[in-house]
Design a protein around this ligand. Structure first.
Ligand SMILES: NC(=O)c1ccc[n+]([C@@H]2O[C@H](COP(=O)([O-])OP(=O)(O)OC[C@H]3O[C@@H](n4cnc5c(N)ncnc54)[C@H](O)[C@@H]3O)[C@@H](O)[C@H]2O)c1
Length: 319
């Protein structure tokens, strides 16, 4: 059995690949080492994976069908499509990149892997598809209300999943991730960004005085859920899950709990960013029931592990 992971040099792709190869699953990973954030960090992740004989890497840009031909002959049983241009704020600056990478890239990947052996095509969606909501915790049935081109590109992915699932002979599973954090996390996201600013004695710019809520979800809960998807059985041709801890965390409180440990932290308050929603807080009942997940990691525990890893790994040298 062979598994394709796109965006394998990224946070979630790397973390899943690492789990799967250590469970003796053969993983083929692709990535183009996009420069949205540190390519040194991305290369380091791939270097770690390459030490395991179950892992093979190809440098591929999913926007190019020609480059995707490198993997055309491989018969995959499962695909985890994680490659994307992430980030809500940058999507207001360079919206076209989101359509090229997230929409066209999605179509290119789905079409190239469309073979007899493929059973399931898992793809990353996002809590950003919800935009501003009134009812919390938000369930999968909520009306989608994306606020930025990033969220819109993920809504289109879900629509494509729906249409392709009728056309193609494999199932599509959309994963609406909510603010994922933890070991090997993204340096453009809140926790690693703050820890990095502290370590480098740089000013941390806090939007809207931290008056936001996010459903922080620990990476090992994500990789566990993704691993369970191999055995998951459903008759539905296309199914969508919220993957979230189901806990709303106040950014102001989270900031205080981190800077309590580092009293010299320099914080500068800046206005809210118009790409950001006020609150994300997901309902995870569907995934808990379907994948028989026992519990999600609480923010205090996950944060502790992230801070320890940040110190020991010396990742700040790469970002
Ligand atoms: N991390 C989160 O909190 C979060 C939340 C919601 C959704 N998601 C989604 O989950 C997926 C993984 O996110 P992540 O946090 O690991 O992001 P990431 O940026 O760390 O990983 C994405 C990877 O895709 C690669 N990539 C970008 N453009 C590419 C291209 N044209 N060809 C090949 N590879 C390309 C990047 O180089 C990167 O390594 C993304 O689809 C993202 O939108 C993430």
């Amino acid at each position: 059995m062979k598994v394709l992971i796109t965006g394998v040099a990224g946070f979630i792709g790397f973390s899943c690949a690492n789990k799967f190869i250590n469970k003796n699953i053969q993983v083929v990973g692709i990535d183009n080492f996009d420069s949205y954030y540190s390519t040194r960090l991305k290369k380091k992740r791939v270097q770690i994976l390459k030490k395991n004989k179950n892992f093979k890497f190809y440098k591929v840009d999913i926007r190019s069908k020609r480059e995707l031909n490198k993997i055309k002959k491989i018969d995959f049983s499962y695909v985890f499509h994680f490659a994307a241009q992430p980030g809500v704020r940058y999507s207001l600056i360079n919206p076209k990149k989101y359509f090229d990478t997230n929409v066209e890239g999605f179509m290119n990947v789905a079409e190239i892997v469309n073979k007899k052996k493929l059973k399931k095509f898992m793809y990353a969606s996002s809590s950003s598809v919800y935009g501003e909501q009134k009812k919390f915790p938000t369930s999968e049935h909520a009306k989608l209300n994306s606020k930025n081109p990033y969220g819109l590109s993920k809504i289109i992915n879900e629509k494509l999943g729906q249409v392709y699932s009728q056309e193609f002979n494999f199932q599509f599973i959309g994963l609406r991730f909510f603010t994922v954090y933890g070991e090997w996390g993204r340096p453009d996201m809140f926790i690693i960004k703050l820890l990095n600013s502290i370590r480098k004695r740089k000013i941390f710019y806090l939007n809207n005085d931290g008056n936001h809520y996010r459903d922080f979800t620990y990476i090992k809960d994500i990789t566990k859920a993704c691993y369970s998807l191999f055995k998951y059985k459903t008759k539905q041709k296309h199914i969508i899950f919220n993957i979230c801890a189901g806990q709303k965390v106040n950014i102001k409180k989270l900031t205080s709990s981190i800077i309590k440990k580092y009293p010299n932290t320099k914080i500068k308050k800046i206005p809210a960013n118009r790409a950001d929603v006020y609150q994300t807080f997901g309902n995870n009942k569907k995934i808990v029931k379907e994948l028989k997940i026992r519990k999600f990691t609480k923010i205090d525990q996950g944060l502790k592990k992230t801070i320890n890893w940040f110190k020991i790994s010396k990742v700040y040298k790469l970002i």
